[in-house]
Ligand binder design. Sequence first.
Ligand code: BGC
Length: 795
Amino acid sequence: MINHPSYAVEPWAVRETGLDLDTLAQSESVLALSNGHIGWRGNLDEGEPHGLPGSYLNGVHEVHSLPYAEAGYGYPESGQTVVNVANGKIIRLLVDDEPFDLRYGELHSHERVLDLRAGVLHRTCEWTSPSGRRVKVRSSRLVSLTQRAVAAVTYEVEPQGCEVRVVLQSELVANEELPRVVGDPRVAKTLQSPLESLEHAAEGNRLRLLHRTRNSGLRVAAAAGHTVVGPEGTRLSSESSEDVARLTVTSVLRDGQRLTMEKLVAYGWSAMRSLPGLRDQVDAALAGASGGAWQGLAAEQRAYLDAFWARADVEIDGDERIQQAVRFALFHVLQAGARAEQRALPAKGLTGSGYDGHAFWDTESFVLPLLTYSEPSAVRDALSWRRSTLPAARARATQLGLRGAAFPWRTIDGAECSAYWPAGSAAFHVNADIAEAVVRYVSATGDTAFDRDCGLELLVETARMWRSLGHHDHHGRFHIDGVTGPDEYTAVKDDNTYTNLMAAANLRAAADAAARYPDRATELGLDEEETASWRDAADAMYVPYNSELRVHEQHEGFTRLEHWDFDGTRPDQYPLLLHFPYFDLYRKQVIKQADLVLAMYTRGEYFDAEHKARNFTYYESLTVRDSSLSASCQAVMAAEIGHLRLAYEYLVEAALTDLEDLARNTRDGLHLASLAGTWTALVAGFGGMRPRGDTLAFTPKLPERFRRLAFRLQTRGRRLLIEIEHCAATYTLLEGAPLSLWHYDSSVTVATNAPQRLRIDPQPRLLQPSQPPGRAPLGHDAGTGAVTEVEGPAA
Ligand code: BGC
């Protein structure tokens, strides 16, 4: 955890005003740039020092065998790991033959700024070399949101009060050596030299490297083009070898003179395309971008982001830190999804190699809700990616003796990569999470073409899986036994409430969709008997309940298990998964992350207000939040129930997870689910937004700390602005045809010329529920301006 305020609090930027080599890896994740296709970590231009070098292309991975001490039938045999592609960021500098390396000489100033409106990372520093030559270096970097295959860097060096001989080496470097980390299961497997060279070239100021991943056989191309401006006598030469292509520029700079370089980098990869095809692809991408070069790309980037902020911005009056954090979160979630175009959205986006670059349910349950209301085309693409993996999911279902499709717990290309069955394949709820994302997207956009051509098949195949996984007992009740819900400290249990309620919704949604498109349903082999069996199962879905305690059970029998010994657990023993055997966690009442509480959000209609409050208090006392996916869900339910202060505290925790490195593993990549959860905590928490039919319902209420919360949304082709103050909310239609919304129990119609301002009743004060000892949320003292440390890292 970072113990000093490392980033200045500003509304539209993340500014690092010094360089701390101990937290370099964390800042590389925070300052990462991506468009969902290309991912560049915020590594220093000169490549070293680094925390974790990272240049990724969505989908480029290597396969490796998954060894088991005791193998079993159906265990996945092959794992997948994201690999570094050629690093195109590198521009090394030599000052009078001495490498510009910040570990040597004297660093006078160093500033990096991630500009959230421009989509550019700027760096400025002044440094004196060990032999006393002082230079100023400025660079800017972007990964284009408009030209998917392109990234760019500008670099400028200027002597300060002296004459220097400078050398710039602009490189493409493949197979960079990676630091080895052992002992944390959440870190990526380190594969050294995963790429084998196919071709390399350096022609004038153009560089190109083509490689192939050794086992997965993917072809990867990187090319760079340069424009150099320097004083007379500036010379260029280039060379290439298997893993390095380099342009070298030498120049002598007098005081007041500058050497500048613009570098465009293009990437491409394919499992199928030929070598010449791929070569042409990156050359064409460079040619397409080189017209206006940096200026043009930067202008396009700004315009793209202006349009995004106009439909997605969130404003907070009264809390500058959360204001910055939510924009930072929105920016990174956009970066992850914007141009992923039918590839997975990994849990870390393309900001690091944590979790091996795998995508989980994080995508559909945490990231896609935000994108649904801000960048819906990214949601359509992400769900189309899921659909493209149906063959693998069907094969997995067959292998498990099930019908339909069993989507993987973790994957890059669609195959199950989880070697740990209890918290992997048994977490079947991912099927229902995907179905829920389909329903949400269709309801928010009215995209009937997607509904018919893509959504229906996802709903049908997931519903088939549920029907074959569960069974009716002799009373007719439908059970789903032996599965794992969201809480990974509980595994392979009967009737997980979240899973059952989500499966019921999945079954009903599939039957409804089949009725909307009968012809297409027939093509998928459906008949009325099958859809009737889905409705029967959904109607008969069993939900475990403890009538003595009057709380719903997380799974059948949960409330009778022994309680975890929280008093005997030391602060440094969190996260529990790194200090206690799963055997023990599984048989006690201790919860890693919101599970029943999440069910009360996503399937809120099933629970009445009284049960929501009682269940929340019960599970709150057991939830340790060893997963960063928890705080935002708890924030939403705390707000709904009326624990506004607690909701705010959870919001703070979700919002600062990466900026403050709360889980102490931001080095491996950002926690996208938690970033997206920041938006959810605000919009679904304090805004109380829930889909209702084809429109939206709001139950706004503000925490004491905020004076005003405003957010913009896109739904059904309209743009909306919702502004919440303590005693009233204003609904404004910014664009589109009139729309009916719900404000608490009143239906209101908004039109572009008629905003609606509606009263919010004062909230009753409730007794705050408590957490396990030492596990109060991070924001606990936030009202006083201080941030308490959480006791231990989360996963
Ligand atoms: C959480 C999962 C999550 C995964 C990836 C785990 O620690 O328990 O719910 O999907 O991390 O973020």
